[in-house]
Design a protein around this ligand. Structure first.
Ligand SMILES: Nc1ncnc2c1ncn2[C@@H]1O[C@H](COP(=O)(O)OP(=O)(O)OP(=O)(O)O)[C@@H](O)[C@H]1O
Length: 581
């Protein structure tokens, strides 16, 4: 438990002043409760039970005033302690979320392919929220409850020293060590069950994320019933695991209370047969009650800690995931880059799936190199290795003769513009979506890029885009047509003006007017660049200076359209298929 506790105290280390003050104030509150309140009760009951009416008014009012004073001190301490604690807890969780988010930005693409988006969202939101609850609970109780116990035990010691026979009442503390066993047993179970609960919550969030990203398909294929029943079964699983946590979390209290009640019964018997005075007896009872209730809270504390550990482990898994695409120790500078790309004996596997085998290719500066081949032949993999979205398993890729692993990753990617098949737009204005190409570009530069991408006219047409460049495009660019989104993506790449361009041609057919505009935009974009194009249109392929024909992870042949058409049967087949479609 101590090592678990250290994890949480470390999490709040950046806000330790608030935590320390809060703990100190909480401890004062604990001591006042355990020592002061019991003492006040003793005095009060001694006076009431003695039927002594000879007290002066100032003595009566003195005792009466003790309670408001005790509660004022308690109130100030409890409020200030809770305020500081929540500050530290919320600020720590804010920092942790930012740290996890920053980590997610650096993780390799392979990580996301192996993980579920919804589960990641759940870890960053739900698990951190669970952790926050644990943090505040821990800090609120870590010293307050022990301080209450210490205050009450000291009080008992003081009473025993001043009243004969009272020392036997210590026997009733016997139950204290006994409660440790159920606490340990329950907390172990809670940690396991809480981990399962958080995993089930991750599955549920994942189900929801998938559902919301496929709203069109669900309607088109009438999948609503199927989706409802899948979601319901996830809910049922979560419900079961939540109830298991509830069972152990709330099962602990009655067990601890039962042990405590035995202690109180012993106190009653000993007190009765030893003639302990009524006022003293009442205060002893209160001290014991406070002690056991503090122990009970420590039991809850342990169960909260276990729940927090389960969430922390899920967050820690993200933080501990290796960033396997890293900068070299001594990077070389990009200096006046030309853009010649060379693959030397490159192989690559996704886990056990070999996607590229011993690929050799040289693409000269300014070449348009078309990648063609059947589906799954390795074209995208080949292109994705250049910006180091993945690192080669064997061999090397060279730009202007330098191994790309010798450049800083961000520098390398600054030299490359990528236009994907289905461009992703962010839920922002058109202006900002284009500016992603170069974040320091002026508004005028953005507009000029849009003009060159033949996007300016539709952007400034108010029937299309009511606020021109300031029109919000909606999530993933939902308010724009396919062709419009592609031209925005091309404008973005024009603005980037990188010497190397990777282009994944859209497979979906655009209407002829849109297609001719996209084509015109692409012609502007590719001029003077070294271009790798995953080509789906033979018009593109015919215009390429060089064509690489992929088959089953290998470069089966390369050359110009004419050369390949004359000698490569696979190329002829692909060409004829394209013509007939
Ligand atoms: N993330 C991945 N994890 C595992 N295997 C993958 C992954 N991406 C691709 N593959 C596999 O690697 C091989 C090459 O895929 P790649 O996407 O490079 O082919 P492609 O020629 O671009 O196909 P397409 O034209 O259909 O896009 C295929 O067998 C594919 O199943």
């Amino acid at each position: 438990m101590l090592s678990d506790l250290k994890i949480f105290l470390r999490l709040m280390a950046d806000h330790k002043k608030s935590v320390i003050f809060s703990i100190l104030l909480g401890s004062v509150a604990g001591l006042v409760t355990g020592g002061g309140l019991t003492n006040g009760v003793e005095r009060l009951f001694t006076i009431i039970l003695s039927e002594d009416n000879s007290l002066s008014t100032s003595q009566v009012f003195g005792v009466a005033a003790a309670f408001p004073i005790i509660f004022i001190v308690l109130g100030v301490c409890v409020f200030s302690s809770a305020y500081l604690l929540n500050y530290a807890g919320l600020a720590s969780i804010r920092d942790l979320r930012a740290k996890v988010f920053a980590r997610v930005q650096c993780l390799p693409l392979a990580y996301f392919q192996a993980s579920k988006t919804g589960d990641l969202i759940s870890r960053i939101t739900a698990d951190t929220a669970a952790l926050q609850q644990t943090l505040t609970f821990i800090a609120r109780n870590v010293l307050t409850q022990p301080a209450t116990i210490i205050g009450a035990v000291f009080y008992l010691y003081w009473v025993a020293a001043n009243n004969e026979g009272v020392y036997k009442i210590y026997l009733c503390l016997i139950a204290l060590p006994i409660v440790i066993f159920p606490i340990r047993n329950f907390t172990r179970k809670i940690e396991r069950k809480a981990r399962k609960q958080q995993e089930d919550l991750g599955e549920l969030t994942n189900n929801l994320a998938q559902n919301l990203s496929a709203t069109r398909e669900i309607r088109a294929f009438n999948l609503q019933e199927r989706e409802n029943s899948r979601f319901a079964s996830r809910l049922a699983e979560l419900f079961i695991s939540q109830m298991k946590v509830v069972k152990y979390q709330f099962g602990l209290s009655p067990v601890v209370e039962f042990c405590s009640s035995i202690g109180l019964s012993i106190a009653f018997i000993i007190g009765y047969y030893n003639g302990v005075p009524g006022g003293v007896f009442t205060s002893i009872f209160l001290a014991l009650y406070l002690t056991y209730s503090a122990v009970k809270k420590l039991g809850t504390f342990a169960s909260e800690l276990s729940k927090g550990v389960a969430s922390y482990q899920r967050i820690e898994e993200i933080l501990a995931s290796p960033v396997d695409i890293d900068d070299p120790d001594q990077p070389i500078e990009f200096d006046n880059i030309q853009g010649e790309i060379e693959f030397r004996n490159v192989s690559f596997s996704y886990g056990d799936t070999i996607a590229l085998k011993s690929a050799d290719a040289r693409i000269q500066k300014g070449d348009i190199c078309a990648l063609v081949g059947p589906s799954g032949a390795g074209k995208s993999t080949f292109a994705n290795l250049v910006p180091r979205f993945y690192d080669v398993s064997h061999g090397g890729i060279y730009i202007d003769g330098h191994d790309i692993r010798h450049f800083r990753v961000d520098e390398l990617r600054n030299q490359i513009a990528v236009v994907s098949q289905e461009p992703v737009l962010f839920d922002d204005t058109i202006l900002e979506n284009i500016r992603l190409g170069r974040q320091d570009a002026t508004d005028e530069e953005v507009r000029e890029a849009a003009r060159q991408a033949f996007a300016h006219d539709f952007i400034t047409d108010t029937s299309n885009c009511p606020n021109g460049y300031d029109t919000l495009v909606g999530e993933r660019g939902a308010r724009l047509s396919g062709g419009q989104k592609q031209r925005i993506a091309i404008a973005r790449a024009i603005l980037r003006d990188a010497p190397i361009l990777i282009l994944d041609e859209a497979t979906s057919a655009l209407d002829s007017e849109s297609e001719s505009k996209v084509q015109a935009a692409l012609d502007k974009l590719v001029s003077g660049k070294t271009v790798l194009v995953i080509a789906h249109r033979f018009s593109t392929i015919k215009n390429a200076n060089k064509i690489l024909v992929f088959n089953d992870g290998e470069i089966a042949d390369s050359g110009s359209h004419q050369e390949l058409f004359e000698r490569c049967p696979l190329y002829q087949t692909l060409y004829n298929q394209q013509l007939s479609s």
